[in-house]
Design a protein around this ligand. Structure first.
Ligand code: H79
Length: 438
């Protein structure tokens, strides 16, 4: 009887626990969170067999092409045999990342199409078994990252348009895929956990796991408890984040925002207004696509991207900027140009971004603030007037100087704070940075 009630309790607990309850991050994990907070700038990489399609002439299509063009699995499966990125040079990629001032890379290990970009033993639907290239690009990239001191995170899609056991189906990957109307959800989760185990066992230290796709089946039981504790058991230091567009669940180590600054919802799917106390990250595209698209030339300017990065830093959030490498293994030249400009900016102004935390004044239309110790950096991004009134800080202001030439900023105390004099000839087109000592 006792045994039965214990069993019932276990069953009850396993259906009720939705995430890693009572999760206490290890010291190593907390240290990695601090590292993450300091790092501020990373490269997101969306690369898969969809890259070959290059959007198919549709500027709004890339890694979603299978679903958007309703390509059955039986046809989509032909793609891997065309994937042969002979110009892939991980040393070049990582050097570019370093020159851009980025501290980490997050790369797609498996996207929604279910194709593994690494040597997976639990599924032969992977780059080693199915492509003429035949090599594990994650392994090569990780080796180079280790050499050059860049951390590597793995994106992993929980959603899968190909696996038969991803059933009942979610909002996407429907009948067109050609799968039978049956499947065992727990078997799918076992498969996913087995792939995650490979990623956390065969590639040395993994910076983090970047989950995506839970929104496809928002009401399913994802048994996050099992997945999150598995990951933290394998590598306690690995940071878990999930792009479920909701407030973080226990077991997650950072919170992410897709193509929106924290708290904003211009995309329509970042429904949660909750900004948690966890480290934050915003991801953004350089044009309108994540994967490589041949016709989407709607590139954001380096000025726009720098300003978004600065605003993200004003929220304390990292900026994870995406590129979709071409099927030949090279990074799009337009993206390299942008990254090099951002890298030059970071070389000059990185002091006001790296290692900072959000500043005393929340980001608003005119700009943002960041802080490191007794220095507050005021970033003026968008201001026509030659004066700016700042609310008073908690601490007394000792001095205010222009970052660019170290000259003093004239300011007047008011009832509410200070009014700064910002003459036009002292202004910087991208970001006028003031160094405030408190
Ligand atoms: O990997 C990139 C994208 O492929 C993936 N996340 C980034 C990092 C991504 N997939 N979808 N989205 C981003 C946008 C989400 C749209 C949604 Fe919906 C709106 C999900 C739920 C509501 C569209 C409509 C999909 C389901 C219903």
């Amino acid at each position: 009887m006792k045994k039965l009630s214990y069993l019932l309790l276990l069953v009850f607990l396993s259906t009720m626990t939705y995430a890693q309850k009572g999760y206490t991050p290890t010291n190593e994990n907390l240290e990695n969170r601090e590292w993450f907070l300091d790092a501020k700038f990373g490269l997101f990489i969306h690369w898969g067999v969809y890259s070959i399609m290059a959007g198919g002439g549709d500027s709004g299509v890339a890694e979603w092409i299978m679903n958007q063009k309703q390509i059955p699995i039986a046809q989509y499966e032909k793609l891997p045999s065309f994937f042969n990125p002979t110009n892939f040079d991980p040393a070049k990629w990582v050097s570019m990342v370093k020159k851009a001032g980025m501290k980490y890379i997050t790369i797609t290990s498996k996207h929604h199409d279910g194709f593994a970009m690494y040597d997976s033993k639990v599924s032969d639907y992977n780059i080693v078994d199915q492509t003429p290239y035949g090599k594990d690009i994650l392994k090569a990239l990780k080796e180079e990252c280790d050499k050059q001191g860049v951390k590597l995170f793995f994106y992993y899609s929980q959603l899968d348009w190909r696996h038969p056991d991803y059933y009942p189906r979610g909002r996407t990957g429907g009948d067109y895929t050609g799968r039978a109307d049956e499947g065992n959800w727990k078997d799918y989760l076992d498969y996913m956990n087995a792939q995650l185990t490979e990623l956390l066992t065969n590639y040395g230290e993994v910076g983090g796991i970047w989950f995506d796709g839970m929104w496809d089946k928002p009401d399913a039981n994802w048994y996050l408890e099992e997945t999150y504790s598995l990951i933290h058991q394998l590598q306690p230091g690995t940071l878990i984040g999930s792009n479920h567009h909701k407030a973080p669940y226990p077991g997650e180590d950072f919170q992410m925002f897709e193509r929106d600054l924290p708290g904003e919802n211009t995309m329509g799917f970042n429904q949660t207004g909750t900004i948690s106390e966890l480290p934050l990250e915003m991801c953004e595209t350089m044009n309108g696509c994540w994967g490589f698209n041949l016709t989407d030339t709607n590139y954001k300017s380096s000025k726009q991207l720098i300003q978004t990065m600065v605003k993200a830093a004003g929220y304390g959030a990292n900026f994870l900027l995406n590129t979709g490498p071409m099927p030949n293994g090279e990074i799009q030249p337009e993206n390299i140009d942008t990254l090099m400009i951002m890298g030059q900016w970071m070389e000059q102004y990185g002091e006001s971004i790296y290692g900072t935390r959000k500043g005393p004044i929340s980001p608003s239309k005119w700009g943002a603030t960041t802080q490191k110790g007794n220095t507050v950096y005021v970033h003026i991004l968008n201001l026509e007037e030659e004066t700016l009134e700042l609310p008073s800080f908690d601490q007394k202001i000792k001095s205010i100087r222009f970052f660019d030439d170290d000259t003093k900023v004239k300011f007047k105390k008011t009832a509410n704070g200070v009014i700064l004099q910002l003459p036009a000839d002292k202004r910087n087109e991208v970001d006028t940075i003031l160094k405030v000592e408190i």
